[in-house]
Design a protein around this ligand. Structure first.
Ligand code: PA5
Length: 454
């Protein structure tokens, strides 16, 4: 289902690449990395998600049927790890124009994810949906995220004012099993609620109800998705570096970071996977972007993720990738067999300079352009690698997501940081509370207004 080619990460192919000596030295750390990753399995229960959810999945499927039988639209409200998985699953596994298809071809409600509080975006969505015919899925593990809580208020305002008594039918909630605002509200008002299991952090939550409710409403084969993830978990539980692609990815990226290669480009050659690059951007950035003290000095870890898409960004970013600084790794994602086989037609007018293309396929063209770009960036001396999905189906996709999660967790071990926290986002949240007049944040508000006056 999935093949990974790391050859162009090595110095034999690109001068700035990783040397055999560097690999040998880092390989000596693999037993320690393995112990670290496996020890965290107990507290980071996302590792178990592929295996222990039969009852939850049955409940999710029942709820998805109720939604698809009775409503026209399904809207996800959430942010960060509570939204990006749903977006990624939707675009990867469904028809590229899903919402524009007629209902009988879609087989379910139209699907939207709103992961911002841009007033124009909120209003834009409300302009095209009838709230009475819509189910809103509010997802927040903490139950306190201001963006999601305010979106929830929008849904409540629309639904309770219009539908009154049965308004709880139009809103479902996914949150922590006991903590936070939203849990209390779910209990008091009787909303249908799903649980984000303990030990499953936002950006590792796509395979729990956070992503699975969307998957079920979209009629994605959840069993295949989880099977792909579960099989990848087995492969990535192997303590041998050469047989564990997540450890190999983590180690090569870690060694690259040590050389100052600070950018991780994810460049799928499939429009369907652009949101997967976005999902990866959060996973890689929020998990590994950390500062910590070492021998009295502050060390900054992490790599800036960049999302790109082939072939579109060949005409935008690839010039930089080939001739710009050697500060990035480009990870290409290839789909070997697209859902569609599309022939380039013979032009009915004289286009003889382009006639070599007649009768060939877009499939061959996109594959050739990927190989061409790979060749060009390698010639340009930039580290690159390729993940090939034989087909973009639920099984392969589950495996891909899980592989990237495992690689991130292992890279956290190489960097000796906690890949599962995000202390750096707190400062901004506190400043926002102060600016919005939240009680208890008066001192911060004064500090901010003094700064604004400068
Ligand atoms: O990965 C994470 O933990 C974060 O990106 C969260 O998912 C994000 O901040 C939203 O948090 P919550 O689900 O608590 O609303």
């Amino acid at each position: 289902a999935l093949q990974i080619d790391f050859n162009n990460m090595l110095q034999e192919n690109v001068p700035c690449g990783i040397t055999r000596e560097e690999i040998a030295a880092a390989k000596a750390r693999i037993p320690e990395i393995h112990r670290g990753v496996e020890a965290k399995r107990r507290e980071n229960t996302w590792r178990d998600l592929p295996f222990n959810q039969d009852k939850i999945v049955a409940d999710i499927q029942k709820e998805a049927k109720r939604i698809n039988d009775n409503y026209e639209n399904f809207v996800v409200f959430g942010i960060g790890g509570s939204a990006l998985g749903s977006k990624a699953l939707f675009t990867a596994l469904k028809h590229i124009r899903y919402n524009e298809l007629p209902r009988e071809k879609r087989g379910g409600a139209r699907f939207y994810v709103l992961d911002n509080i841009d007033p124009d975006s909120i209003n834009g969505l409300l302009d095209i949906i009838d709230p009475a015919k819509t189910v809103f899925h509010v997802i927040t593990k903490s139950g306190n995220t201001v963006e999601t809580v305010t979106q929830f208020m929008v849904a409540l305002d629309l639904i309770k004012n219009r539908i009154g008594e049965h308004y709880t039918d139009n809103i479902i909630l996914t949150t922590d099993k006991e903590n936070g605002n939203i849990k209390r509200i779910a209990d008091e008002h009787g909303f249908k609620a799903f649980v984000v299991p303990d030990g499953v952090g936002g950006r590792f939550s796509v395979l729990c109800p956070v992503g699975l409710v969307s998957a079920a409403v979209l009629n994605i084969d959840i069993a295949a998705l989880l099977k792909g993830a579960g099989d990848m978990d087995k492969i990535c539980s192997n303590p041998n570096l050469e047989e564990n692609p997540a450890y190999m990815y983590a180690m090569l990226y870690y060694l690259a970071m040590k050389k100052g290669i600070n950018i991780s480009v994810m460049m799928p050659y499939a429009d369907a996977l652009l949101n997967t690059a976005e999902w990866y951007a959060q996973l890689w950035a929020e998990s590994l972007g950390k500062k910590f003290g070492l021998d009295g000095s502050i060390v900054h870890a992490g790599q800036t993720p960049v999302r790109a898409v082939g072939v579109t960004d060949q005409h935008s970013q690839v010039q930089l990738y080939t001739e710009g600084p050697a500060d990035k790794i480009i990870c290409f994602i290839e789909v070997a067999n697209f859902r569609t086989q599309l022939t380039i037609p013979h032009a009915p007018i004289d286009m003889h300079e382009a006639s070599y293309l007649y009768g060939q396929t877009f499939n061959k063209l996109i594959a050739s352009e990927l190989r061409g770009t790979e060749y060009a960036v390698t010639q340009g001396g930039k580290m690159n690698m390729r993940i090939t999905l034989n087909e973009l189906d639920a099984y392969a996709y589950g495996a891909l997501l899980f592989f990237l999660e495992m690689a991130t967790a292992a890279c956290g071990e190489f960097l000796q940081i906690d890949a599962f926290d995000q202390p750096g986002v707190e400062a901004g949240k506190i400043a926002t509370y102060a600016l919005m007049g939240r009680e208890g944040y008066e001192e911060k508000a004064a500090e901010l207004s003094a700064q604004a006056e400068k």
